[in-house]
Design a protein around this ligand. Sequence first.
Ligand code: EPS
Length: 392
Amino acid sequence: MKFLTAGESHGPGLTILLDNIPAGIPISSEAINNDLRRRQGGYGRGGRMLIEKDTVRFLAGVRFGKTTGAPIALFIENKDHKNWAGIMDAEGEPTDEKSFVRPRPGHADLAGFYKYGLTDLRDALERASARETAARVAAGAVAKALLKAVGIDVFSYVHVLGGKALPIGEGLDYTQDVTSFIDYVEGNDLRCASDDATQIAVRRYIDEVRKAGSTLGGEVHCVATGVPAGLGSYVQWDRKLDGQLAQAVMSIQAVKAVAVGDGEQGSLVDGSVFHDEIRLNADKQVIRPTNRSGGLEGGVTNGQPLLVKAWMKPIATLIKPLMSVNLDTQEEEVAHFERSDVTAVPACAVVVEAMTALILAKALTEKFGVDHLGDIQAGIAHYQARLTPAPL
Ligand code: EPS
C-alpha cells in the first residue's frame, strides 16, 4: 500500500493517488469530508479556513460506494485558487506580485532556494505548506475505512498547546469508554479532553499570542484501539512498525519529535517501573495492567491500544517576523510574512490520525492480504483463533 500527493497551496487543488487498497471496502465522500472538516477546524486557525470548505471528488477506484481494488484517485479543490489568477498559473509569464526572497526561519523557503535553485521562494512555500495535509487526511480516511471494517478505531486528542497542559479530565478514559472520550474531544475546538476551565485559559492564551504576532506548537496523541497483536515485524529494521510510524508522523509539516507510548519517559525511570507486566485474567486471557509501551513491543503490535505522540513546533510564518536575509540584495532583513494561523495543533492531531491509519492499514494488508476485504476479515478470524492464551 502506498500513497502520493500532488498540489500547491494556492494551485487548482490537491490530487491524491492510493495504490494497493483492497476491494470491497465501504467508502463514502461523507466520511472523507468529515475528516477534512475536522482538519480545517480548531481554535487558532487563520483566514484561509474561512475560504476553504474542503470536499473530496472521487476520480478512480471507487464504484457504487465500494473500493474496486484499482488505484484510487481523489481530488480536493482549492477554493482560494481563483484569487491567485496570474500568480499560480501553469503557463504564461510570471508577475512579481506575491514573489518573495526573504526566507522564513523554520519554513522550507531557504531549503528550496539552495536545493532546487528557486529564485521565487513562493515555489517552496506552495508545496511545503501545510495545506498538503488535507491530501493526507483524505488518504487517511480511506485507510480508516479499511481499519473500521475490521474493528480498528483511530482517534486523537491535543495534550499540550503552547506549553499549556491539557490533561485528560476526570471521568474520561478511552480504555474504559472510547465513545464518550471521542465525543468529548470532537465537541470542543481545542480537540482536547480537558475540563472547560482549562480550555478557557488556553483559548485566552492563544488570543494573547495572536495579538503579540506569534504562533504556538504543541503535543498531540493518537490512539488506535482494536489493533490485532502481530502487525509489523522485529526481523528487519524497515519492517518495524514503530519505525514506520515515526517516519510517517515525523514527515508531517512542523512535527519535530515522535514517541510511541511513554517512550520519552523511558529514560527517566528504571525497568521495573517502565515495562508492562504480562498477566492473566480469570478467563486466562493475557492482560497488560499498564501500556507504557504504547501497544508496540519489538516493532510489533501487542494487542494493546496503539499510542503515538507527536510534538509540533510553532508555525513558522510570524506576523512579527524574525530576522532573515534578502537573497537578492544579500542584506539582513526581516522574513517574509503571509497570512498564517496562530496554531494548527488541533488540526495536526487529525493529520497524525491519518498518517497512523495509513501505516496501520499497510501493516494489516501485509499480514492478511491486499486483494479483498472479505479475505482480510476471514484471515484475522483464523489467526485470532490460534492465539492461546489470547490477548484480551
Ligand atoms: C493551511 C493552509 C495555509 C495556511 C497554513 C495551513 O493557507 P494560506 O497559506 O493560504 O493561509 O493557513 O499553512 C501554514 C501556516 C504553513 O506554514 O504552511 C492548511 O490548509 O492547513
